[in-house]
Design a protein around this ligand. Structure first.
Ligand code: IVH
Length: 737
């Protein structure tokens, strides 16, 4: 690890005298204040979260060491301003989704193949897609009722966004009234700023001493999300309509006709949209847009392909956050050369030691980059996971000239090293074998590219990262308790593990004074915090499972698990039983599994759609650790864990039913049948048992049908199934599981 003063704070600080400490405190406070401004007020973060965290950690450590130097206006005494404070919320009638990404032609080919497979279309059956520029702005949903614009909302978390109606009304390209539209019409599109308008805005800002925006996207976001709509009016925002949300009547039967109708109603639509009948045509249009990119006059970061036939789009449906019928083909990353000044090691919530490159700041595609991820020790050494060379085997050393690239919003990475400019005294980087935060041994298991701190709950970095994850938006999402507050509370020793959050009121209810003095909390804000915490005692199972921060268990897997188990008891009992199964403890479960008998519990977990062995192994190994499990049990004791809501819209006749498909299906593929049934709230099982409610049997159904008949289970054919579910609109979202 390098001697960069922003990490390993404890060690670096021990030699500091008081004068130096006071100076450093001022410096840190100024840097944090600048970062807060950039993030919260200007929509233009100029340092990474990790770098911000390092500054904050150092400040907290210094303040703890020199308490009498703490100033009343220290950043630790302020609660991070919510970026959206002041905007009311709008719940989208239909969720606003994001897009899956393709990075090369092979990914696009895979996308088309997967669609054909899903729909059961032969490779030569006709299939048309639209191809259009992916605008680099921010998405906006406009709701029209009886032809009048009644609300406008940003995407937010996809379910609820910020109410920016007043601001949207100031954008000249957005019609306030439209003719020939269905009674309810939600138009979705991208708000953006042209290159020329962006340059002129920055020139004006510079002349008036205002804020300079890093790129057109930030300028558009900062301009739209103004509490004072008059400021938005003065900003030259533009809009392209590319889709829709809720509709009272369909617009057309194809994507291209629907967009043409929006254009006829007066919405700007992108002139570069084409209908393509082959993969070659799609890729050719991508090449054309890429070629024209610099001449378009606005930022485009790729091409979006969408299935043209809307009936097929409906059949393909949605995954949890992205549609199956569209994909974004991103343009290759942008590149720049700079000097690597240091390599720092950060410790994540699962104990992973992640090397971070500290770079001499350089502009890459309009953004100043000063950090880049280095992945792991093999990556630094120039080896891939299998020991093969990357960058022709060139290792990365402090002092090197490195090529940095950015792809979309992804953290910058290092593409190459210029050996001809390597300083003569540059040394190979020695990856630490101990955790820089807690000193515990850091081990690398066979087959794992990552070295992990073995300190578990005793490692402060892991504990803090876990807590931050616990309070994050998709987890407990407690108002007033964000990453920064959690960090301060941890440093003060008030919250060491999640259960402590739910004991805060009991601890401070009477001694509010303490909380008030230390963190700049007032009586009111402290009471609000306690109330917000109490609100979260009743919480969905999916959020709880996700909040535990278990490796491989992301939001989607957590919701899949929640939907399957429906109660904490059922979930933890099954994981407990699966932990007794030897395969779960094998160092390489995949290799050993076939040799070992499978416990029913292990099979139950891995049998859940979307849950693989890696998740099962992570669940069993984490939850069988005594200290970890005790900490989770303490947490659960404070909670009232709720079963996830059924996935389907109300009125689905198959909600909660366990169904089995067998035999040949003629009108849909197996994958489609399963996804559709699940989106309607049914559970799809692979085999018939006493728990089965319904068997859908196509021609050639054999033993499953016989068994179902024997058990007296209702059996219907494919048409019977289609009739049963006809007219039901699937709510494809994962819900607040
Ligand atoms: S279609 C179902 N088309 O990209 C998803 N999105 O990465 C609907 N975007 O949130 C998106 N240009 O803000 C679509 N021509 C385009 C787009 C586009 C930009 C944005 C949109 C979306 C994001 C997804």
């Amino acid at each position: 690890m390098s001697g960069d003063a922003t990490t390993g704070a404890g060690d670096a600080l021990s030699g500091l005298d008081e004068r130096a400490a006071a100076r450093r405190l001022d410096d840190l406070a100024a840097r944090i204040a600048a970062a807060n401004r950039a993030y919260f007020q200007d929509d233009a973060p100029d340092i990474t979260d990790a770098a911000y965290d390092a500054l904050k950690r150092e400040l907290l450590a210094l303040e703890a060491r020199f308490p009498h130097l703490v100033k009343p206006d220290s950043p630790t005494a302020q609660i991070g301003a919510e970026p959206a404070e002041g905007f009311s919320k709008i719940t989208h009638a239909e969720r606003m989704l994001s897009l899956a990404n393709a990075f090369d032609a092979a990914d696009v080919a895979d996308f088309v193949t997967a669609i054909r497979r899903y729909l059961g279309l032969a490779t030569d059956a006709p299939l048309s897609l639209t191809a259009e520029p992916k605008i680099d702005g921010l998405s906006l949903s406009l709701r029209y009722e009886e032809g009048r614009l009644i609300s406008a909302a940003t995407r937010g978390d996809g379910e609820t966004g910020e109410n920016v109606t007043a601001n949207a009304r100031t954008i000249a390209q957005i019609p306030q009234r439209i003719a020939g539209a269905p009674a309810v019409l939600e138009v979705r599109g991208e708000v953006y700023m042209s290159h020329a308008d962006f340059a002129a805005l920055n020139a004006r800002q510079s002349a008036s001493g205002g804020k300079i925006f890093a790129n057109p996207r930030n300028a558009a976001a900062g301009s739209l999300r103004q509490l004072d709509a008059e400021i938005t009016r003065a900003r030259p925002l533009k809009f392209f309509a590319y889709g829709w949300g809720q509709l009272s009547a369909p617009l057309a039967s194809t994507q291209s006709d629907a967009i043409a109708r929006l254009a006829a109603m007066g919405f700007p639509t992108n002139p570069w949209m084409r209908r393509c009948d082959t993969l070659e045509a799609m890729l050719a249009h991508y090449a054309l847009i890429e070629d024209q990119r610099a001449m378009l006059g606005y930022d485009v970061d790729g091409v979006v392909y969408k299935i043209d036939d809307l009936a097929l789009q409906a059949r393909l449906g949605l995954r949890s956050t992205t549609p199956r019928w569209a994909i974004a083909h991103k343009f290759p990353a942008q590149l720049a050369w700079t000097r690597l000044e240091a390599i720092d090691i950060q410790v994540g919530r699962t104990g992973a030691l992640s090397p971070v490159a500290r770079l001499a700041p350089v502009t890459v595609g309009g953004v100043v980059v000063s950090n880049a991820t280095l992945h792991n020790e093999d990556y630094i050494a120039g080896r891939d996971a299998r020991g093969g060379p990357i960058r022709d085997g060139k290792d990365i050393r402090v002092g090197d000239w490195v090529q940095v690239y950015r792809a979309g919003d992804v953290i910058p990475k290092i593409a190459d090293v210029d050996l001809s400019r390597r300083p003569a005294d540059a040394q190979p980087f020695v990856f630490p074998t101990h955790c820089p935060e807690c000193g515990s041994e850091a081990l690398r298991e066979e087959g794992d590219a990552v070295r992990r701190c073995t300190g578990g709950l005793i490692c402060p970095a892991q504990a803090v990262e876990k807590l931050k994850h616990f309070v994050s938006r998709a987890a407990f999402d407690i108002e007033g308790l964000g990453a920064r507050q959690v960090e301060a509370f941890y440093t003060d020793g008030w919250i060491k593990e999640p259960a402590d959050i739910f004991e805060l009121r009991a601890k401070f209810g009477s001694g509010l004074q303490q909380l008030r003095n230390r963190e700049g909390w007032g009586e009111k804000s402290a009471q609000n915090l306690f109330d917000a915490i109490d609100d979260r005692r009743r919480i969905g199972l999916g959020r709880v499972i996700f909040a535990l921060g278990i490796r491989h268990v992301g939001e989607v897997a957590a919701n899949d698990l929640a939907r399957h188990f429906t109660s904490w008891r059922a979930f933890i009992d099954c994981v407990e039983r699966a932990s007794l199964e030897p395969a779960a403890h094998a160092p390489d479960a995949r290799a050993r599994k076939p040799l070992l008998p499978q416990s029913p519990a292990w099979a139950e977990i891995t049998g859940i759609d979307g849950i693989g062995e890696a998740v099962a192994l992570a669940l069993t190994s984490t939850l069988s650790q005594v200290a970890e499990r005790a900490s989770i049990d303490r947490l659960i004791a404070h909670l009232d864990v709720q079963a996830p809501p059924a996935r389907a819209s109300s009125g689905s006749p198959v909600v909660g039913l366990t169904v089995v498909f067998t035999g040949t299906l003629e009108k849909m593929t197996r994958a489609e049948a399963k996804a559709r049934a699940e989106s309607l709230g049914a559970k799809v099982a692979g085999s018939v048992s006493a728990k089965t409610d319904l068997l859908i049997a196509g021609p050639g159904a054999g033993s499953k049908a016989a068994k179902a008949a024997e058990l007296g289970i209702r059996i219907i054919d494919e048409d019977g199934w289609l009739t049963l579910i006809k007219g039901i609109d699937a709510a494809n979202g994962p819900g607040d599981g």
